[in-house]
Design a protein around this ligand. Structure first.
Ligand code: DAH
Length: 354
């Protein structure tokens, strides 16, 4: 029995010497000190030995077991150290190499400008009201005081979606955000506890508009607008001028000058366009303002009594003003962008500049 133990010890230590990796080490452990190894067999058979033999064999078996376990631990450490040395050598990292750039997404310049506009209007007490892009002819035109054959419709060529069987009221893509005025007023009337006393309104209506136009450097088939609508008692043209001049100062700088020029829109009376002093040349005249010193930035006016009525507001008691402006146009002026097609051209060289 003692000879057998010596033999077990000798061959186990020999085979351990040759081991170089983790898997072989584990196999060695199972074969030499595992539950069904010859060594454990000796322990199992101790009971069969005579009283005289048992203590010596037991002690020897314990000694061999301790020895093999110690040798295993030592070998495991050596294998680990060798593996580390090998990976340090083979998998060298060049920490001086530049890292891979992370491509950050960003907001589209129009979205950025829309947010600037809405942030300023929010500070001035305007709530955002969004309405649909697909409209009916009556809301996009008729209720805004454009009769079916009104010549002012020529200003806005239209994408019609469905005309069949709809008579004078085809479905179309909205050509401006102004139909939102009708929705905003009617919603307020519907929500009022007393429809004869609807609440005052102060909303900003942002969104995409569509026109069936030749795409050129100056015109696109889609663009954003931000409409404004204020309705209440005793609203005057002075409120319109004050609010829009304040907006211009907040958007383009405290010292910017503004002017209003008479204009025509079917849904406002009187109507006016607002110019800001050219912020590129400071009013001296340059290519951006075509040497006029002024840049037109919006159309506006006092809400036409017919439009108020169509919205459910009694024009004898209520008045209001409205405007429509274009964030893309503001960006073109500000950054001297000379071609509106860049906005939807998806050219990253353009978009990444914002
Ligand atoms: N809807 C007009 C357009 O797209 C812009 C406009 C002008 C809106 C005057 C208004 C306004 O609310 O009062 O050309």
């Amino acid at each position: 029995m003692l000879d057998k133990l010596n033999e077990i010890e000798k061959s186990a230590l020999e085979s351990l010497d040759a081991i170089r990796d983790q898997a072989a080490l584990e196999a060695w452990r199972v074969a030499n000190v595992g539950r069904s190894s010859p060594l454990m067999q000796v322990f199992a058979e101790l009971g069969k030995l005579s009283k005289e033999e048992r203590p010596a064999v037991g002690a020897a078996a314990n000694r061999v077991k301790a020895k093999l376990e110690a040798a295993l631990t030592e070998r495991a450490e050596a294998v680990k150290a060798a593996a580390l040395a090998k990976s340090l050598e083979e998998e060298q990292l060049d920490v001086t190499l530049p890292g891979r750039g992370i491509h950050l997404g960003r907001l589209h310049p129009s979205t950025q400008q829309l947010r600037r506009v809405l942030d300023i209007l929010a500070e001035m007490g305007f709530q955002v009201y969004t309405s649909r892009e697909v409209e009916t002819d009556d809301v996009n035109f008729q209720l805004l005081n454009f009769p079916p054959d009104h010549p002012a419709r020529d200003m806005q060529d239209t994408f019609f979606i469905e005309a069949e069987g709809r008579g004078d009221n085809p479905i179309l893509l909205r050509t401006h955000t102004s139909p939102g005025q009708i929705h905003a007023m009617r919603d307020a009337v519907r929500a009022a506890t007393d429809p004869d006393n609807p609440p005052p309104i102060r909303v900003a209506l942002p969104g995409m508009c569509f026109r069936y136009e030749q795409i050129t450097a100056r015109s696109e088939i889609q663009f954003n607008q931000v409409e404004g609508l204020v309705v209440g008692e005793n609203i005057t043209f002075a409120d319109l001028k004050g609010t829009l001049s304040d907006f211009a100062r907040r958007m383009f700088g405290q010292n910017v000058r503004t002017r209003f020029r008479a204009d025509y829109f079917p849904f406002t009376e009187p109507s006016a366009e607002m110019d800001v002093e050219c912020f590129v040349c400071g009013g001296k005249g340059c290519s951006v303002c075509k040497n006029s010193g002024w840049l037109e930035i919006l159309g506006s006016g006092m809400v036409h009594p017919i439009v108020l009525q169509n919205g459910g507001y009694d024009p004898r008691r209520y008045s209001g003003y409205a405007w429509g402006m274009g964030p893309e146009r503001q960006l073109m002026l500000r950054y001297k962008i000379d071609d509106i097609r860049y906005f939807w051209g998806n050219d990253l060289r353009f978009l990444e500049q914002f």
